[in-house]
Ligand binder design. Sequence first.
Ligand code: MSP
Length: 503
Amino acid sequence: MSYYVTTPIYYVNAEPHLGHAYSTIAADILARHMRQRGEDVFFLTGTDEHGEPVELPAEREGIPPQELADRNAPRFQEMGERIGASNDFFIRTSDPRHAAKVAEVMQRVYDNGHVYEGIYEGWYCPRCADFKTERELGPGNTCPIHEIPLEREREENWFFRLSAFEDDLKRLYAERPGFVVPHYRRNEALSFIEQGLDDVSLSRPRLKWGMVLPWDQSQRMYVWFDALLNYYTALSFAREGEDLTKRYWPANRHVLGKDILKFHAVIWPALLLAAGIEPPRGMVIHGFLLMGEKKMSKSLGNVLDPFEAIERFGSDALRFYCFREVSFGQDGAISAAGFEARYETELANDWGNLVSRTLAMVERYRDGVVPEADADPALEAGEDGLAGIDERVSELLDRIELTQALEEIWARVRRLNRYVEETRPWDLARAGDDERLDQVLYGLAEGIRVLALALHAYMPATTDRLLEALGEPERGLAAFGSRPGGASIERIPPLFPKLEAVA
Ligand code: MSP
C-alpha cells in the first residue's frame, strides 16, 4: 500500500532551528516506520519561498527575495540531511514546475465559481502572513505569536469562498474521526468550523513577491494558497518523467505544528474540494518546543541550533531527546542541561551500556558467536516482555503516539538491563553453567537486535551500526521474529560515548 507523508514547508527568511527540525523528525519517524512495514512510502519536505515572510526580511537586507531564498533553502536541505531525514524529494516553491501546477489548480477553483472580488479589512501579521481575528489578537493589537504590533489593513482582494464549504468540512470530520490527531486538535479545528467560517482573502495587490493570479494579472496570490498546494504539486514533478499523483494522492499524513492548524485542517481540505481534488486522509499536529516558557523562534531569539546540538550529541541523540522529553502533541520545554542528562542516563547508560556489555560478553564467553539456545520465557512474557513489541509499536504509531511507542521500547531496554543484573552472566561463566549462560547470552543478543529494529525509525544511524555488528541485514518488521543463534557478532565502539569524551 502507498503511504504519503509530508512536513510543512519552511519559510526561508532565516536559518533553520530545532523547531523546524522537530516537524521533519516526526515525519521521518513515520516514514521510516512505514517502510519497515513494507509500505510504498513517499516522504516530502521543502521550503516556502514566497510572500511577505520572505519579502520583508529580504527588503531589510536590501537583496532580492530569491537571493535570500537561494541562500537559506540549502540550509534547510542540509538540516534534513544532518538529522537523518529520509525524504524522497525536497520541494522549493520557487520552482517553476510548482508555479505551473498551482496556476492550473487555482484556475479550476476559479472556473468552479469559488472565488469573488471584495474588500478586506483586518489585522494583518506580515510574519505569519495571516489576518488575525479580534479573538486571536494579543494585548494592544499584537500578534500572539510574534509579539509585534499589527497593522490594520484595507484593500481590494480576491476571496476564496471558504464559507461555502462548512457543511462539506463537517461531513468530512464526521466520516473520518482520525482526520486530525491528536483528538484535542481535531476538536479545536471542528469547533472553529462550527463557529461559522468567513471567506478568506486569496490575493493581495501590494504583494510583490508571489505568484500572479492566473485570471487577474494585477494581483498576486496570498502565500498560503501557493504553499499548501506544494503537497499536491510536488507529486507531479518529483520524479523525472513520471507523475506520482495517482500513486500517492491523497496524502496519508501531513505533519505540522499547532500554529498552522487552521490552514491545514480547515482551508486546505476546502481548497482541494473547490478544485475537485480529493482531500488528504489525515494530519498530525504537534506542539511547540519551548525554551523556558516561550516558543522557540527566531524572532524571539531563543533558538537551539540543531547543527550545534548534532555536533555535540549526534543526530540520533537529538531525535531521541525531542520525542522522549516532550510528549508528542503537547508543548514541552527543552534545554541543553535536560538534553545532557537524558543523553547520559538513557542513551549512554541504559541503552549504550546494555549494548556494549552484551557484545563484550558474547565475545568473551562465546568467542563472538551468539549461542544456540531457546528463548528465555522470562524475557518474552509480561507487560514489558519482548514478545509482540513490533505489534505494540505499530499500533501506537498508527495512532501517532510517538512518545508512548518510544516509552514502550524503553521499558524493554530497562527490562534487559534488569535481566543482566538478575542473571549475572559473569557468575554463570565462573560456575561453568554453560547451558544457562547460553540461554542468557542468546536472550540478550536477541533482545538488543529486536530493540534496535524497533528503535530504527527513531535512531537510524546508530541502530544501523548495531544491526550490522549483529550481522542483521534486514530492517523490516519481518525480522522481528526470533532468529536462531549462530550469528557472528562484532564489537563496536560505544554507540553513545560519554560526553567528556565528546567535548
Ligand atoms: N511556511 C509555513 C508552513 C507552510 S506549510 C504549507 C510555516 N513555516 S515555518 O517555518 O514558520 O514553520 C514550519 C514548522 O515548524 C511548523 O510546523 C511549526 O509549527 C514548526 N515550528 C517552528 N517553531 C517551532 C517550535 N518552537 N516548536 C515546534 N515546532 C515549531 O509555518
